[in-house]
Design a protein around this ligand. Structure first.
Ligand code: FMN
Length: 187
């Protein structure tokens, strides 16, 4: 079982990063092979609507996404982790997501049935306690998962955590992230 973690925060060792690491440790406890991508370290252009992907399912832009597509396709499970920025996922993560229009084209336009089905989990952390805090990002991630042929099987959504590393003071979040990773790799 290969589990791919996508870390959407620019803050290394921040709340998202710590949560994702715990989730990946949980997956490792089930003998999963884990890999982590830090999107902020990558050079990814946004989708430019060239629509080359409508021909063969491949994006015509050449950048660090070249290495990401095979990882997305090859994983058995994907954990997307992001801080909430302006009621959605980070801009860095959104760049990667927008470029998955190529995989959407493979699935829905070219009807490529070879895209392997995988499991998907979403981890998000935001500072405020608003009831609707995760409504927007959850829709985005659901749709992203559909495009890459992942089932939205699990989530961990944490409110009220702001400062770098403050997640360590949360009573359950890190343990919950570990359990999420364990469940994802076990089932
Ligand atoms: C640009 C920016 C926008 C933010 N927007 C929101 C927001 O809309 N709602 C919220 O609850 N927190 C918001 N926050 C706070 C972060 O979600 C919070 O600090 C989070 O813990 C950061 O996680 P990280 O350490 O993984 O980067 C914002 C922070 C930044 C820097």
């Amino acid at each position: 079982m290969r589990v791919l973690g996508i870390m959407g925060s620019p803050r290394i060792r921040g709340n998202t990063d710590l949560l994702l690491d715990e989730a990946l440790k949980g997956a490792q406890s089930q003998s999963a092979e884990v890999e982590k991508i830090v999107v902020d370290r990558l050079k990814i252009a946004p989708c430019k609507e060239y629509y080359g992907c409508l021909k063969d399912g491949n994006c015509v832009i050449r950048d660090d996404m070249d290495d990401i597509y095979p990882r997305l396709l090859g994983a058995d499970a994907i954990i997307v982790a992001s801080p909430i920025f302006f009621y959605t996922v980070s801009a860095q993560l959104m760049l990667l997501i927008s470029r998955c229009q190529a995989l959407w084209a493979r699935k829905y336009i070219l009807k490529n049935v070879d895209i392997p089905l995988k499991k998907g989990a979403f981890i998000a952390v935001g500072a405020t306690k608003g009831e609707k805090l995760f409504d927007g990002p959850k829709l985005t991630i659901r749709y992203f998962f559909k495009a890459i042929n992942a089932d939205y099987t699990d989530e961990l959504l944490i409110r009220g955590v702001d400062k770098k590393g403050e997640i360590k003071q949360h009573p359950t979040a890190l343990a919950d992230a570990y359990e999420l990773g364990k469940r994802l790799a076990a089932g």
